[in-house]
Design a protein around this ligand. Structure first.
Ligand code: SF4
Length: 357
């Protein structure tokens, strides 16, 4: 058995099936189990935008599980703060998938929440994730403005309520994400690396790479994924923490990788991390939620940086304070001018940026 399996091409259903068969993933499941499938539907945008999981990949997993006698399948997700999960299910094609195959859709924001004590953290986690017999994690390989990478480990944030997502950012994000991955351990990871946005987790600038990855160890896959985006695994804080805690290991020369259809490989430019860093110089962030921060960075990219070097404040750490002239999001309502919303809309952030004197 190899550590990571990779397939190349644009036939997503067939590619996924080939990986599932070749990897021997069938041994992980048994008839009569309840299997939770966790895609990434962080925003209400179709997969072609580079932020959400292609439903054809999940469809191949459902068919595979059904053939193994697994009848109780639930597709579970809680979209990013400020996004409507029900709408994301519809926009991303999961409504049709669920009705076509008779599987359940679960908005984890409406699920019971249970507390789990792990690695010094008290974490609220949706009950379905704790009760499932097995979990198949189906993230998108993409960039992230705060953590540089989001793939297997970070995708589990969709299994916690919004209040927990916000709280994670008050704890510096990396530690609680690592702890979450100690509490919830998917048996299988199938990574959508078809056209992930290599810079912004909310998509908008997809890069076509036409790959799907499969593996069993989230840290191993994430460390390999980090190198695909040009990052050293140690640069990804939550990944580093997981490995420090002994719950995973980085891919290295001994990692066995099996790749199919290498002739269909596509090349892709690395993300422009310098651009993100340059834009971030105009931001003063204190406990900012991921989606809020990403919206501000991508809006700065579209609207241009402030002419006179003004700083835009953002984050829960500024609640009830007057940090400066400009802010983004309701947490910064104490600023003279701010883009309202939790998170604010891109158009309102851009209007504020363009209106700066
Ligand atoms: S306004 Fe504050 S709480 Fe709301 S998304 Fe932004 S940082 Fe998070």
């Amino acid at each position: 058995m190899a550590d990571i399996y990779i397939n190349n091409g644009d036939e997503l259903f067939a590619m996924t099936r080939e990986l599932l068969d070749a990897s021997g993933a069938a041994r992980l499941f048994a008839a009569g189990q309840c299997v939770l499938v966790k895609p990434n539907l962080v925003v209400e945008k179709p997969p072609s935008e580079g932020a959400t999981t292609h439903p054809e990949i999940v469809e191949a997993i459902i068919v595979f599980l059904r053939e193994l006698g697994v009848t109780d399948i639930v597709i579970a997700e809680g979209s990013g703060v400020g996004n409507d999960t029900t709408r994301a299910f519809s926009v991303c094609g999961y409504d049709r998938l669920a009705s076509g195959y008779g599987v359940r859709l679960l908005n984890t924001q409406k699920d019971e929440v249970r507390t789990v004590e792990v690695a010094g953290h008290s974490l609220g986690i949706c009950a379905a994730a704790l009760d499932a017999d097995a979990i198949v994690n189906v993230p998108v390989l993409k960039g992230h403005c705060q953590t540089w990478l989001t793939c297997c480990l970070k995708n589990l944030k969709g299994l916690i309520p919004d209040r927990e997502k916000r709280r994670y950012h008050t704890l510096g994000i990396h530690d609680p994400v690592a702890a979450l991955n100690m509490a919830v351990r998917p048996q299988l990871h199938v990574v959508d690396a078809v056209c992930g946005d290599r810079t912004y987790e909310e998509g908008g600038t997809p890069v076509q790479t036409d790959q799907i990855l499969l593996g069993f160890d989230a840290a191993l896959i994430d460390s390999y994924a980090a190198t695909l985006l040009g990052y050293a695994p140690e640069e990804i804080g939550y990944l580093k923490r997981v490995c420090e805690l002994g719950y995973g290991q980085y891919a290295d020369d001994s990692t066995e990788i099996v790749e199919f259809h290498k002739d269909r490989r596509r090349t892709a430019e690395l993300p422009n991390r310098d651009r993100v860093r340059q834009l971030a110089r105009h931001v003063d962030a204190d406990e900012a939620c991921s989606i809020c921060y990403a919206l501000l960075i991508s809006s700065l990219n579209r609207a241009g940086t402030p002419k006179h070097g003004e700083i835009i404040h953002i984050g829960q750490g500024f609640r009830g304070k007057k940090p400066g002239r400009y802010g983004s999001g309701d947490c910064c309502r104490g600023c003279d001018t701010y883009a309202p919303g939790c998170p604010p809309k891109s158009k309102d952030i851009i209007a504020m940026l363009r209106g700066m004197e």
